[in-house]
Design a protein around this ligand. Structure first.
Ligand code: FES
Ligand code: FES
Length: 160
């Protein structure tokens, strides 16, 4: 059985017929071509698939599309400007070596957007606490924490 789904994706309306038990991750990547959101564990453990639903960071690998109707979804693609310029948060990750293989980066950055929208000047412990659901096998986290501190200092808050 298919359901008719209407929601907003990165500021644009989406209307699509989907299986209600499809994962949001699959709709984004396979159905809508938004491949910036990554899948690693597929079990809610690593945060690679993090996107925002009405501003809340969620694991899209566990989120059924049936719950997306009427919401506003933001993915990593929604942070760049209309001509592809990076947001300050993305620049901060690049400036500080917060990405190496880069696989965790979209999820880390979306978690950061949610954190800074709620707490624009987080302490280091608040940053580390916010990142507990996002795993990185490359950086050791120091550069990621520095990137988030820089993004907070620049003061750009992306309002999802
Ligand atoms: S892929 Fe979703 S939490 Fe790991
Ligand atoms: S940069 Fe490789 S997993 Fe984080």
């Amino acid at each position: 059985m298919m359901i008719e789904l209407s929601f907003e994706l990165n500021g644009f309306p989406v209307e699509i017929d989907v299986e209600p038990h499809l994962r949001l991750l699959d709709l984004l990547r396979d159905g809508l071509g938004e491949t910036g959101t990554k899948e690693a564990c597929g079990e809610g453990e690593c945060g690679a698939c993090t996107v925002l639903v009405d501003g809340r960071a969620i694991n899209s690998c566990l989120f059924p599309v049936g719950e997306v109707g009427g919401t506003a979804v933001t993915t990593i693609e929604g942070l760049t400007g209309s001509n592809g310029q990076l947001s300050q948060i993305q620049k901060a990750f690049l400036d500080n070596g917060g990405t190496q293989c880069g696989f965790c980066a979209p999820g880390m950055i979306m978690t950061t957007v949610a954190l800074l929208a709620e707490n624009p000047r987080p302490s280091e412990s608040e940053i580390r606490s916010a990142l507990t659901g996002n795993l990185c096998r490359c950086t050791g986290y120091v550069q990621i924490v520095e990137a988030i501190r820089q993004a907070a200092q620049v003061g750009e808050v992306v309002r999802p």
